[in-house]
Design a protein around this ligand. Structure first.
Ligand SMILES: [Fe+2]
Length: 231
């Protein structure tokens, strides 16, 4: 996938592909930017330079290497501070708007999602990844189920930006769970013509196509997660 831009009023979100299939994000306004995750530094430097952006802050969803591998180089070159996923959740002003960090353990024991309520966008890291969720690599199924339920309480028109492009694998799995589901098939088909539109869905679209948001209990969730681990 190529670099993709989205407008939200005065703000822009740049989705920057890094490494093999990771995505990091720049939220921008008036030449200032905040970065969410930093799997690799050079694509971030290039995007900042090409767009005349000054980086203010770096928000980390979780500490897997493919989300933090570029942190040190970015901090050293630009002198920005990073916000660890281990800090207390809360609201902080950023770029003239509010950023809420939400605790979403499960993929790891410490994981944060970053919600910009006035923009209607959520950076979901490896908690909710376009049509599925992250693996259990340190947290429990109960935690990840509860974290996804917490995300489901956000407004339905919230646009979700996850940490990877796993859309094809995720929709193929979703269709194996619900064969013939027209919404899932449509999302998979859309990927071929407009990958960004298929990947960066709203919460309402996720609820129709993400099997991990369509189970009612932590037990059912755990069973589904085990099934995907072997898919
Ligand atoms: Fe991860």
């Amino acid at each position: 996938m190529n670099l993709t831009r989205f407008s939200f009023g005065d703000f822009e979100v740049l989705a920057v592909p890094v490494l093999r299939d990771n995505l990091v994000y720049l939220v921008c306004r008036d030449g200032e930017a905040v970065l969410i995750d930093a799997g690799e530094a050079n694509p971030v430097f290039q995007t900042l330079d090409a767009n005349g952006l000054r980086l203010q802050k770096l928000l980390i969803t979780h500490t897997h290497h493919d989300h933090i591998g570029g942190c040190r180089a970015i901090q050293d070159r630009l002198g920005v501070q990073s916000v660890s996923p281990g800090v207390e959740p809360g609201e902080v002003p950023m770029l003239g708007t509010i950023c809420r960090s939400i605790s979403t353990p499960g993929h790891m024991a410490a994981h944060k999602c970053y919600h910009f309520p006035e923009l209607g966008i959520l950076f979901a890291g490896d908690t909710l990844i376009n049509g599925a969720c992250g693996r259990l690599l340190g947290g429990t199924a109960e935690q990840l189920f509860a974290s996804l339920q917490k995300i489901c309480e956000l407004p339905d028109d919230t646009r979700i930006f996850g940490g990877h492009d796993y859309l094809v694998d995720n929709m193929e799995f979703a269709l194996s769970v619900e064969p013939g589901n027209a919404d899932m098939q449509a999302r998979l088909d859309l990927y071929r013509t407009d990958p960004a539109a298929a990947i960066f869905a709203t919460l309402a679209e996720e609820k129709k196509t993400n099997p991990f948001l369509r189970v009612g209990t932590a037990k059912e969730f755990a069973k589904l997660r085990r099934r995907k681990d072997c898919f």
